[in-house]
Write a protein of this length. Structure first.
Length: 227
């Protein structure tokens, strides 16, 4: 059976179309989910896409976190549903407390848009099992508030538990502590990543095809997961 991967659209989402396209290229069926509808329509996994949900008012992701769909996603994620938050999606996951820490204004206070090398540090997650440990990938980064911060004890815990999923290599684009580009929940089903794997899935538009691994990983994970 083809896996069904939900992609949420909030008011101000920008990359929901690309995320749905990446899901399809990876071999799954994208299912569009709407922020105001708490129903997950039986999806096997969820992507929270990049963009400017609710205009980034208050703080990026601070309003989206209260959307009706998020109540269901938070419960389902605690029950093991694979959830990938990309950029604004990562911000929403932190605001929803599914992931620790926060994304703050880039240290240099500029919006940064460039292709970025990442090192995959943890392949034990639902979204990175298709990579090799230490593999370097090239995917775009584009954010104004991508500076990952957490208190030292939380950072140490993330490192000790192998929950730093990816780090920036060849320059840190936003000042993130310990060069952190992606982290995971303790169960490994929820991943937040600041750069955009969905923009690196086809030769015509991306700097590489490296982003595809995130979307094929979840399919591999779902095959292994009990129904
Ligand atoms: N590309 C994005 O998702 C951007 C996220 C957020 N609006 C920021 O600027 O940081």
């Amino acid at each position: 059976m083809t896996a069904r991967v939900g992609v949420v659209t909030f008011p101000g989402s920008l990359d929901d179309g690309d995320a749905a396209r990446a899901v399809r290229i990876a071999g799954a069926e994208p299912v569009r989910l709407w922020h105001g509808d708490p129903e997950l329509h039986g999806v096997d996994a969820v992507v929270l896409p990049g963009g400017f949900s609710y205009g980034d008012y208050l703080r990026c992701g601070a309003i989206a976190r209260f959307a009706p769909v998020m109540e269901t996603i938070v419960d389902a994620a605690r029950g093991g549903l694979p959830v990938l938050g990309i950029c604004n999606g990562f911000q929403i996951l932190c605001e929803a407390h599914l992931l620790p820490g926060a994304l703050t204004r880039n240290q240099h206070l500029h919006f940064r848009n460039r292709d970025q090398i990442l090192r995959i540090e943890s392949v034990g997650t639902a979204w990175t099992n298709a990579f090799q440990p230490g593999q370097e990938v090239l995917i775009p980064v584009k954010n104004g508030e991508g500076c990952y911060v957490a208190d030292p004890a939380t950072l140490d815990q993330l490192e000790a538990e192998g929950r730093v999923v990816a780090r920036y290599v060849g320059g840190n684009p936003n000042g993130s502590q310990r060069d952190i580009a992606a982290i995971t929940s303790s169960a490994g089903n929820v991943v937040g990543i600041m750069p955009h794997p969905e923009h690196a899935v086809e030769a015509l538009t991306g700097p590489s095809l490296d982003g595809l691994g995130f979307f094929t990983s979840v399919l591999k994970h779902l095959v292994g997961a009990p129904a």
